[in-house]
Design a protein around this ligand. Structure first.
Ligand code: E4P
Length: 217
């Protein structure tokens, strides 16, 4: 499973990228707002830090304007992945960008039928939003499983990018189902390393080590 970091926070991306666990980055208008940065400048910085796809989202909702914005975003760096919403105009723009050879992430997906359309439009990634479905008491993981089955049935190349991830369990379950990628906030990705038995075991080892009176360096 590939890991994308869901943030426009440069310091957080750099810290995780240094571990080699970052395969890409996703941003959206809300994350750009949170960063307080200019979208073109911060996207360029992220693309310089990370080799993999960096999703940058268009803000327009009408086809012609979406294409104009997407082309400007794609011009930032070779690893920009143009992010478009899962609307009819977004799907049209997706096909246009794909025909021009750009990567496209179709976002705000909440149904298997939407994911089917995105694959037909040639999307590089489809982003089903797990957490926002869970918020409505609908199991977001069921959607990941449905899309996995449909894409496998028809051998679509579109990668399932599990998004709106809030917990470590979301990542574990999406990985078990076979999502190709998950994008998660930095704190959730870092939190995967935590286990109370690791902490307890380390505490015991350190106590015993102190009793030896030894030093390694
Ligand atoms: C990423 O591509 C999505 O925009 C993001 O995961 C949405 O997450 P949220 O539902 O926590 O805002």
């Amino acid at each position: 499973m590939k890991f994308f970091v869901d943030t426009a926070d440069i310091d957080a991306i750099r810290e995780l990228a240094e571990t080699g666990m970052v395969d890409g980055v996703t941003t959206n208008p809300s994350l750009i707002l949170k960063s307080g940065r200019d979208i073109i400048e911060v996207t360029k910085e992220i693309c310089d830090l990370v080799d993999g796809p960096v999703s940058a989202e268009v803000a327009a909702t009408e086809y012609d304007a979406m294409v104009a914005e997407g082309l400007k975003l794609a011009d930032i760096a070779d690893n920009v992945c143009i992010k478009v919403p899962l609307t009819f105009d977004g799907l049209r723009a997706c096909r246009t960008f794909r025909d021009k050879g750009f990567m496209v992430n179709v976002t705000l997906c909440f149904s298997a039928n939407q994911a089917l359309l995105a694959a037909k439009a040639g999307a590089t990634f489809i982003s089903p939003f797990i957490g926002r479905l869970d918020d409505m008491h609908i199991d977001g993981m069921d959607l990941i499983a449905e899309i996995r089955q449909i894409y496998d049935n028809y051998h679509f190349d579109t990668e399932i990018l599990a998004a709106s991830i809030r917990t470590a369990n979301h990542i574990r379950e999406a990985a078990l189902i076979g999502a190709d990628v998950c994008t998660a906030p930095p704190a959730v990705l870092k939190g995967l390393a935590n286990h109370p038995l690791t902490d307890k075991g380390l505490e015991q080892f350190l106590a015993d080590w102190a009793k030896t009176g030894q030093k390694i360096v």
